[in-house]
Ligand binder design. Structure first.
Ligand SMILES: CCCCCCCC/C=C\CCCCCCCCCCCC(=O)SCCNC(=O)CCNC(=O)[C@H](O)C(C)(C)COP(=O)(O)OP(=O)(O)OC[C@H]1O[C@@H](n2cnc3c(N)ncnc32)[C@H](O)[C@@H]1OP(=O)(O)O
Ligand SMILES: Cc1cc2nc3c(=O)[nH]c(=O)nc-3n(C[C@H](O)[C@H](O)[C@H](O)COP(=O)(O)OP(=O)(O)OC[C@H]3O[C@@H](n4cnc5c(N)ncnc54)[C@H](O)[C@@H]3O)c2cc1C
Length: 672
């Protein structure tokens, strides 16, 4: 038995648990969306994690890139089998993986980085569901679900990721053979980045410019076989490989792909939204031109829950560690305090917890809106798509950006030990910082939201009706918002601030156009302010959703759980009001006295949250297997775990490394 298995819980952590004054499990149920969800999640975690299949005999950090990948494939196959045979019925979905936070969450115990199947589950299958006709779906979906084929999503090229209309891969229809000919005309047209493409996938969705009868109809998705189903050899006309080491995602075999006049059958074009008939006639089916971008919108919604989940992991690690770490001696007569007692540490960490709640609740709210929009779209009504695109774009941008910033803050909060891979935080940061870029870069997505806001502002100006998430824009045409420090008052101030910023942008653009700039130039020169306005809009949306979801979810909860949730949602509002003081001074009547009072109220709130901090993070109910952390484990034995990990390092397997004889000894002897 290792020394660790004999260890008891760290006494500081035991003391924190003893003083928690609310029912932790009740909060867990709320965060899980109900007690029955918690029960089902725990069952799934027990099946998957108690088997020990998620564990590595040898630490992954010490494997070569190739070994890491092979180990991730091995575990992906075990995990896929578990999902299919042991708990697919418990997720309530015939399909596995899709929209299932539980499966997503459980998978993290198996992969410190990511599974090479992530894109299969996260984009290949959803694109089949969203872009195929029912005939196509009944052919492809069962094969993909049963993992008879493994797919990925190859849209981005070396030369273009953001600007989809600029993609260069061509799919030219040949009516003679009823085939599309896929071709990569330039180096910059090579597909680049798709997860699982390097070595794992034998199929992929390729987004290419469709040509038929000599005319280009823009980008469309195609299902393309790239490797032999038996030998796995790349097929003739296909050049495929892996793109090399990255900051994170190193077990995802992100790949490149080129086509040399490669032929696929006509019906491998995904034909739900547009079709090419046998004779080459192009038929547009969808009522909205951007429905082929549907998978990206779906994944953007998913990424808001991803941000919340990874933030929950980071703050669980950092808060537990801050409870067991003692440092400095501010009072000479007393011992060293737990670092969690420092106000500055609370300032770093409690906003992280509050943001995890804010994003999780906003994400549930966003999923509900998404389901409603999907239902309407199935009935042929796409009226809500522009608003939903604007909403999902800004929420994806702001949630992933906030999560990356706050995970880094958690690393700072763990001092030097947070820099260790074994703390778990570097992996979280590397993963989440990529989510700020992929599926639409932060700035680019906020500018999409800004386009919608500017149009909505013009509607407000013309006294036309506004859609719900922007109805506050009418505040831009009223007097300065009076400052009110209640939660509802702060949400209103954030709305007034966003409305004021949108109004300033529009006025600046108009002024620039009057001075001779074209509309495009006026937009371009205003983009810094437009990004800021879209961020302010998103902050107002999150604050509003967080506040109202907290009220809804605590309507019948026990008093102490209600207090804890309200404290956190108020903390979120105070924190962002203090961060945006300059803007509030411009767009509300906030005074110097109000600001001083707000700062005091914020600091008092940190103290109120402090006694329950460990209990609050433990309500995320993250098992040690999911955290992969020496610093954040349930027993709080961080030092023993750090030492245990150090001793597992291959660098400590021999008392003298051979480089001593080869290099160090000759050098030192020569210098005698
Ligand atoms: C068994 C083991 C398995 C273990 C696994 C565990 C289980 C896994 C389960 C689930 C996991 C879930 C997690 C998922 C993670 C997935 C990982 C993903 C990895 C990364 C993948 C990628 O990155 S794929 C590539 C994504 N690329 C992008 O996002 C590109 C961004 N660019 C764009 O979106 C667009 O080009 C643009 C928005 C920037 C502009 O588009 P375009 O130039 O075409 O349009 P216009 O500027 O002309 O605009 C015209 C008009 O249309 C509006 N519009 C644009 N986009 C949309 C849209 N999507 N919807 C609606 N409307 C849109 C635009 O605003 C304009 O409107 P106007 O009214 O004219 O203003
Ligand atoms: C880990 C990871 C996994 C990925 N997986 C996949 C995958 O599976 N499949 C796939 O198809 N793709 C994938 N991608 C690609 C990803 O979707 C793109 O990298 C992303 O959309 C950003 O596009 P880009 O690289 O072209 O960035 P660029 O657009 O070149 O961005 C560079 C900079 O230019 C700025 N910029 C660009 N356009 C504008 C503009 N109009 N206005 C203002 N600023 C602008 C951006 O804000 C950014 O600061 C992945 C990427 C990563 C990092």
């Amino acid at each position: 038995m290792s020394q660790l298995e004999k260890m008891e819980v760290n006494p500081d952590l035991a003391m924190e648990r003893a003083k928690c004054n609310f029912n932790i499990m009740e909060l867990t149920h709320i965060l899980d969306g109900g007690e029955e969800n918690t029960v089902r999640r725990k069952k799934i975690e027990d099946i998957a994690l108690n088997s020990g299949a998620s564990k590595d005999a040898f630490p992954e950090e010490h494997m070569s890139p190739k070994e890491k990948y092979e180990n991730a494939v091995r575990k992906s196959c075990i995990f896929a089998d578990l999902v299919k045979n042991d708990f697919a019925h418990l997720t309530g979905l015939e399909t596995f993986g899709i929209n299932s936070n539980v499966i997503r969450r459980t998978a993290d115990a198996f992969f410190k980085e990511v599974s090479p199947f992530l894109l299969h589950m996260g984009m290949f299958v959803p694109t089949i569901m969203g872009q195929c006709t029912s005939d196509q779906m009944s052919y492809w979906l069962p094969r993909a679900m049963a993992m008879q084929i493994i797919g990925t999503y190859a849209q981005t090229e070396l030369g273009h990721g953001t600007f989809i209309r600029g993609l260069e891969t061509t799919a030219t229809y040949d009516p003679e053979t009823e085939e599309f000919v896929l071709h990569s005309p330039t180096l910059s047209s090579y597909k680049w980045w798709a997860g699982g493409l390097g070595n794992t996938a034998n199929y992929c969705i390729v987004v290419a410019q469709l040509y038929t009868k000599g005319e280009c109809h823009g980008t469309h998705p195609f299902i393309v076989q790239i490797r032999d189903e038996d030998t796995h050899m790349p097929l003739p006309g296909i050049t495929v490989g892996e793109i090399g080491p990255k900051m994170g995602f190193n077990t995802a075999d992100n790949g490149f792909l080129g086509f040399d006049h490669y032929r696929i059958p006509r019906d491998h074009m995904m034909m739900k939204n547009a079709q090419v008939l046998k004779d080459g006639t192009y038929v547009k089916v969808a009522r909205h031109g951007k429905l082929t971008y549907g998978t990206m919108v779906f994944v953007r919604v998913m990424l808001v829950s991803e941000a919340a989940f990874n933030l929950a992991k980071a703050c669980t690690i950092a808060v537990r560690y801050s409870a067991i770490r003692r440092q400095s001696k501010p009072k000479p007569d007393e011992g060293e305090p737990q670092i969690l007692d420092y106000a500055t540490q609370q300032h770093k960490l409690f906003i992280t917890i509050a943001t995890a709640h804010a994003l999780q609740l906003s994400s549930s709210w966003l999923w509900r809106s998404f389901s409603a929009v999907l239902t309407e779209m199935k009935e042929g009504n796409t009226d809500k798509l522009p608003e939903f695109h604007a909403l999902s774009s800004c929420l994806k941008a702001v949630s992933t950006s906030d999560a990356a910033y706050l995970i880094e803050q958690c690393r700072h909060a763990c001092g030097g030990h947070g820099y260790m891979i074994s703390s778990g935080i570097p992996h979280l940061y590397n993963f989440v910082s990529a989510t700020r870029t992929y599926e639409g870069d932060y700035t680019v997505l906020l500018l999409q939201t800004a386009r919608f806001l500017v149009k909505a502002y013009e509607q407000a100006e013309a006294k036309q009706p506004l859609t719900p998430t922007v109805s506050y824009l009418k505040l831009a045409f009223t007097r300065k918002e009076p400052w009110d420090s209640s939660p509802a008052g702060i949400v209103r101030s954030f709305q007034a601030l966003a409305a004021g910023k949108v109004s300033t942008c529009v006025k600046n653009m108009r002024k620039r156009m009057r001075s001779g700039l074209s509309e495009v130039e006026a937009w371009e020169t205003s983009t810094i302010q437009l990004v800021s306005a879209a961020e302010a809009h998103c902050r107002a949306v999150i604050s509003d959703a967080y506040k109202s979801e907290t009220e809804r979810l605590t309507a019948n909860s026990s008093p102490n759980v209600k207090i804890v949730m309200e404290q956190l949602s108020t903390l979120y509002l105070y924190y962002w009001a203090l961060e945006r003081i300059g803007d509030l001074l411009l767009y509300t009547s906030i005074s110097e006295k109000d600001i001083v009072e707000l700062q005091t109220a914020y600091e008092e709130l940190l103290q109120k949250i402090r006694p329950n901090a460990v209990g609050i993070v433990e309500a995320f109910d993250l098992r040690d297997e999911l955290l992969h952390s020496t610093l954040g484990s349930y027993d709080g034995r961080a030092y023993e775990r750090l030492m245990d990990e150090a001793l597992r390092s291959p660098m400590n397997k021999e008392p003298i490394n051979q480089s001593y004889y080869k290099y160090l000894r000759p050098m030192m002897k020569a210098n005698l």
